[in-house]
Design a protein around this ligand. Structure first.
Ligand SMILES: Cc1cc2nc3c(=O)[nH]c(=O)nc-3n(C[C@H](O)[C@H](O)[C@H](O)COP(=O)(O)OP(=O)(O)OC[C@H]3O[C@@H](n4cnc5c(N)ncnc54)[C@H](O)[C@@H]3O)c2cc1C
Length: 416
């Protein structure tokens, strides 16, 4: 009998975790990704604010899966699925599957204002991060060059939209860049005078965290000099600035951290989806009516124990990938199926600069340096398959603590 063909689309946290748990299984596994590298998204904001270089947060998928002889990697963008024929369409080819795992993640959502994207880029890919880095560093250069005080003020105003973890991390990191890293680099401007405004339409930051930690995050940001505006929806966004309610703020740099939308998996499958496009899956993460197809990670809607959908977090995607690996291994061995997927929540965290973070471990709520250390430990443990965790960690720590200058490069995009 022919060996089972398992196709995994997406080599993010979910897809790679599934691949790892199928390494050495009696099946041929095909991992497809539109990029040739796995991206460690939780540190993207560090690339965007010139703290780390892109190569420090990405690792080639082939290298990660090199040891697994039953796994092949294909570079290509999936554009559709034919469920009846059991094939995945990539560019101008098709790949047949017996079992399919979709782990294609999420992208930003502009709540129907897609025209804002060019003014207010979001942070999902390396190109987004280097593009934002270019905008931020160019704004400081332009402020240094201009003689017009109004223009200078505009260049030194940075607006981050969205008070979730990405917005909080970005605002804190831009503040540190201005107040610490660039402090001595200019002659005509004082980068410490930069105004960093974090805008959130809700009544508190980090709404998924307990109110006490939202307050702690706000206090930490204030200490870094971030101007936090709550209950303030952005109503307009253009190249000259943003409107917050009926107040206008002139700025050359806006970063979007407000909303996400799942990948197109629900569309490919013609499956039932939730408000943000996630496929609503069965308790074993398969697609209703298609037990051979599984959807995991940011692109799946899975109910948590408290009745709300599980959040889009790396540990959720990793645990789901490992779970589907177990389901398929049980099928291969003819063993009974494992019980339904259950997420083990070890805690949620967000950082605010290099010394502070908030951590909600359920039984313990932490903020400040201790939370930041914990954040560091957890993120090291999330490093999937990076060749040598210790070396990468030391490399990161060194760049992080010393504010390495190599990452402060303005690249791509032509002249400012
Ligand atoms: C800026 C930022 C900061 C974050 N910080 C944290 C954090 O601190 N802690 C935390 O736990 N989580 C964090 N997250 C969330 C976390 O990164 C995601 O929950 C996690 O990456 C989801 O894993 P996934 O496998 O579902 O998708 P992803 O990791 O996004 O992987 C999806 C993969 O699918 C590929 N793909 C997509 N479409 C196609 C296609 N059509 N064809 C082929 N390949 C395709 C992509 O190239 C990608 O490799 C952060 C996310 C962002 C953007």
């Amino acid at each position: 009998m022919a060996r089972m063909r398992i196709v995994i689309v997406g080599a993010g946290f979910g897809g790679l975790s599934a691949a790892h748990s199928l390494a050495g299984a009696d099946a041929d596994v095909f991992v497809i990704d539109r990029r040739n590298y796995h991206l460690f998204q939780p540190l993207l904001y560090q690339v965007a604010t010139a703290g780390l270089s892109p190569a420090q947060i990405a690792s080639p998928i082939r290298a990660i899966l090199r040891q697994a002889a039953n796994i092949s990697v294909t570079l290509g963008k999936v554009s559709g699925i034919d469920k009846d024929r059991g094939v995945v369409a990539i560019d101008d080819r098709e790949i047949a599957y017996d079992r399919l795992i979709l782990a294609t993640g999420a992208r930003h959502s502009y709540f129907g204002r897609d025209e804002w994207e060019s003014m207010a880029p979001g942070l999902k890919k390396i190109d987004d991060a280097t593009g934002i880095r270019r905008r931020i560093l160019t704004a400081f250069e332009n402020a240094e060059s201009t003689d017009d005080p109004e223009a200078r003020r505009r260049f030194l105003t940075f607006v981050v939209i969205g008070g979730g973890p990405t917005g909080v991390e970005m605002a804190g990191a831009i503040a540190e860049l201005a107040r610490v890293v660039l402090r001595h680099d200019f002659r005509r401007i004082d980068p410490r005078e930069a105004r960093i405004v974090l805008v959130e339409s809700g009544q508190r930051l980090l709404s998924a965290f307990p109110p006490k930690l939202s307050e702690a995050a706000q206090v930490s940001l204030k200490k870094l000099g971030v101007d936090v505006r709550l209950g303030a929806p952005v109503t307009q966004c253009d190249f000259a600035g943003v409107a917050i309610g009926n107040q206008r703020l002139e700025t050359a740099t806006v970063v979007w951290g407000a909303g996400v939308m799942a990948s197109g998996a629900a569309y490919w499958l013609d499956a039932q989806k939730d408000r943000i496009g996630r496929v609503i899956v069965e308790p074993n993460l398969s697609v209703p009516g298609n037990p051979e197809i599984f959807v995991i990670g940011d692109t799946a809607h899975v109910q948590g124990l408290n009745g709300s959908p599980l959040p889009g977090l790396a540990p959720v995607a990793k645990q789901q990938g490992a779970y589907v690996g177990r389901v398929l291994r049980a099928q291969l061995a003819g063993n009974p199926a494992p019980p339904p997927f259950r997420y083990r929540n070890w805690g949620t965290m967000a950082t605010i600069g290099r010394r502070a973070a908030v951590a909600d471990l359920g039984w313990l709520k932490l903020s400040g340096t201790l939370a930041w250390l914990l954040w560091g430990l957890v993120h090291i443990s999330l490093l999937i398959g990076f060749r040598n965790r210790l070396i990468v960690t030391l490399d990161w720590l060194w760049s992080y603590v010393t504010f390495q200058s190599g990452a402060r490069l303005i690249t791509g995009g032509g002249s400012h």
